[in-house]
Design a protein around this ligand. Structure first.
Ligand code: MEV
Length: 418
């Protein structure tokens, strides 16, 4: 496979798909085995990842096809349990190609560590005192991680806020640290702990929490795409997507669901690459509520020619060094499959997949409704549960869909009659 555009890819067997993808990414046989065989995560590794281990848990790895991001083709591994997600992302990516695919950007690998200081008599004065000693506080932080300082410059800046709270005003210092290709939780937490005594001395207050913020708004990944009206089924479809977006932008009940659809694309790539999906979830939802009202993570508009344009901007604190990304053998193989060298590239891919996933859901909702596609995939799952073999599957599913009887019982009935 030379290109990630492959007609009929879904009709291949899993082994044939794997062979094509392995050729595309130029993976070694060893890496290929980690992606295709169960038990990539051996017990001896799992036992050291978390506590009280009793076994391992598997999910499917699918690959999203057709993605063109900044002119580069990607085959994107997605680890997810929900049917339709991978197909929808691939389909959306295909439609985006008509206008050149996705264009992305990134604000930098900067994480925030928070240092909470309470019991200061004069918090605004304390704030300015901390800022006046920025240089020495940064030096204290950077002394903790000379290796990081060499690679990225380490702690770069300090911001200080006075936050009103139920126990009175608190002085909250943000340490801004360039964590490079690491997600950076350990690095920033260590630095926050290192500067805490100096902050107490400067302010006369008491430092309590010293911990990173998941609202990583100095680590934003952005993606845009234009979907030509011809590629998506006409200008009416573009209008439908814009109206669906307007609903999410205006109503938190809808925004939660629309954003869940975005995370259908985001999380599977985060999981596949061994990253912390709870961190991304927390950051994204906090970012969506930053105005004080929870809203849509994406924006959809029409351009002057009536084509649909979409944008996403999201905190994307993912890493390629440290954590499960370097420990989980299948995650390592997924990173190789993606061919990414830097966390920044991974973050931008994730944003593009989120945008694609949102487009696919909004387009389906604004046209046929979501159930049509879902039911077919659901029928496939149920027919498999009913015992349909690979050869029988298509015929059983077709009968289930035509007769609108999507149940295991009916699948068994069809099988019995074959
Ligand atoms: C289902 O997993 C996701 C959707 O509900 C997203 C949306 O409504 O936009 C279809």
């Amino acid at each position: 496979m030379k290109s990630n555009q492959y007609s009929g890819f879904h009709k291949l067997t899993a082994a044939q798909r794997a062979a094509e993808v392995i050729e595309f990414a130029g993976l070694s046989q060893e890496d290929a085995a980690l992606l295709t065989r169960p038990e990539a995560l051996k017990m001896e590794i799992a036992d050291h990842m978390i506590e009280n281990v009793i076994g391992t848990f598997q999910l499917p790895i699918g690959v999203a096809m057709n993605f063109l991001i900044n002119g580069k083709e990607y085959v994107i591994p997605m680890v997810v349990e929900e049917a339709s997600v991978v197909a929808a992302a691939s389909n959306a990516a295909k439609m985006a190609r008509a206008a050149g695919g996705f264009t992305t950007s990134y604000s930098g690998d900067v994480m925030i560590a928070q240092i909470q200081c309470i019991n200061t008599a004069n918090p605004h004065f304390a704030r300015q005192t901390i800022l006046a000693h920025k240089g020495e506080l940064l030096d204290l932080a950077n002394a903790k991680d000379p290796v990081l300082v060499k690679i990225t410059g380490g702690a770069r800046d300090i911001e200080v806020r006075v936050v009103d709270s139920g126990i009175g005003p608190m002085v909250v210092t943000h340490l801004l640290v360039d964590t490079g290709d690491a997600m950076g939780a350990n690095a920033v937490n260590t630095m926050a702990e290192a500067v805490a005594p100096a902050i107490e001395k400067l302010t006369g207050g008491t430092v309590k929490l010293r911990i990173l913020s998941n609202l990583a708004d100095h680590r934003l990944a952005r993606a845009t795409a234009t979907f030509t009206k011809e590629a998506i089924g006409g200008e009416d479809v573009a209008d439908g997507v814009v109206a669906a977006y307007a609903f999410a932008a205006a109503d938190p009940y809808r925004a939660a669901t629309s954003n869940k659809g975005i995370m259908n694309g985001v999380d599977p790539v985060v999981v596949a690459t061994g990253n912390d999906w709870r961190a991304i979830e927390a950051g994204v939802h906090a970012y969506c509520a930053r105005s004080g009202r929870y809203t849509s993570l994406t924006r959809w508009e029409k351009d002057a020619d009536g084509n649909l344009t979409g944008c996403i901007e999201m905190p994307a604190p993912v890493g390629l060094v440290g954590g499960a990304t370097k420990i989980h053998p299948a995650a390592k193989a997924c990173v190789k499959l993606l061919g990414v060298q830097h966390a920044s590239e991974l973050a931008q891919i994730i944003a593009a997949v989120g945008l694609a996933q949102n487009f696919a859901a909004l387009r389906a909702l604004a046209t046929d409704g979501i159930q049509k596609g879902h039911m077919k995939l659901h029928a496939r799952n149920l027919a498999t549960v009913a015992g349909a073999s690979a050869e029988q599957l298509d015929a059983v599913v077709a009968q289930m869909v035509v007769n609108k009887k999507i149940s295991v019982e009916y699948a068994k009935e069809v099988l019995a009659g074959m």
